[in-house]
Design a protein. Structure first.
Length: 232
């Protein structure tokens, strides 16, 4: 069973249309805690299409992004496209991110040009509050440089984490507390308590102490990430 986590509609002129217009439609971009599933979706749209944007347009794309992150007014048209509210006569690209079990999957349905997709994601960022825009700055910067598949490694890279599970991204602290085996209701364990739990769980999962060889590496990685999140 899949669960919709974030969604963005980018409306744009059709191929071969002489005018170049852009608008936004339905938008669900949860970004708390940053980057959230909304930030991951914006990053995925940019990462998928940035490599196919004309090299001559990239410098101004970076300038536009910087303006939006600073909260400055953007004069239209920009990058050969006019951003507008009206969607009449435009085609639509729908981008979504789903939770499937404990995994994250992207469904990017681009009907327009790469530039239109990148611009749509950047203008969607403009719709977020200024604090969130600044929190997402590292995510967008990483996305512009990413040149690999949009899988688990991409999600972990954007989130600044060693894990890409749905639970760890939805509520990192709750996930970390659970991984380290803290009792239900624990909210702010001390650094000493985190370190003690980490050492105890590490012994339990390590192959030298009877842990499963096939899952030890992933388990140790999760424990290390949980300790980092909780500051142990």
């Amino acid at each position: 069973m899949s669960v919709l986590l974030a969604e963005l509609e980018i409306w744009h002129t059709r191929p071969l249309t002489p005018t170049r217009r852009l608008s936004l439609g339905h938008m669900v971009l949860p970004c708390d805690p940053a980057p959230g599933f909304g930030g991951l979706l914006l990053g995925a749209i940019i990462a998928r299409h940035a490599a196919d944007v004309d090299d001559d347009l990239l410098p101004d794309t970076h300038r536009l992004l910087a303006q939006i992150q600073r909260g400055e007014r953007v004069v239209q048209p920009r990058l050969r496209h006019r951003f507008q509210v009206d969607r009449q006569g435009l085609a639509v690209s729908r981008h979504r991110v789903f939770g499937v079990g404990d995994d994250i999957e992207f469904d990017l349905d681009a009907q327009g040009s790469p530039m239109q997709q990148v611009l749509g994601a950047i203008y969607a960022l403009e719709r977020l509050d200024l604090t969130t825009r600044r929190e997402l700055e590292p995510v967008i910067s990483k996305s512009l440089r990413w040149r690999g598949p949009l899988g688990a490694a991409f999600v972990a890279h954007l989130a600044g984490s060693k894990t890409s599970s749905l639970r760890s991204l939805a509520d990192p602290r709750a996930w970390a507390l659970d991984v380290l085996g803290f009792p239900e209701g624990t909210t702010k364990p001390s650094k000493r308590a985190v370190s003690e739990r980490f050492r105890r769980r590490l012994r339990e999962v390590h192959p030298d102490h009877g842990g499963d060889h096939s899952t030890a590496s992933a388990s140790i990685g999760d424990l290390s990430e949980a300790r980092r999140i909780l500051g142990g």
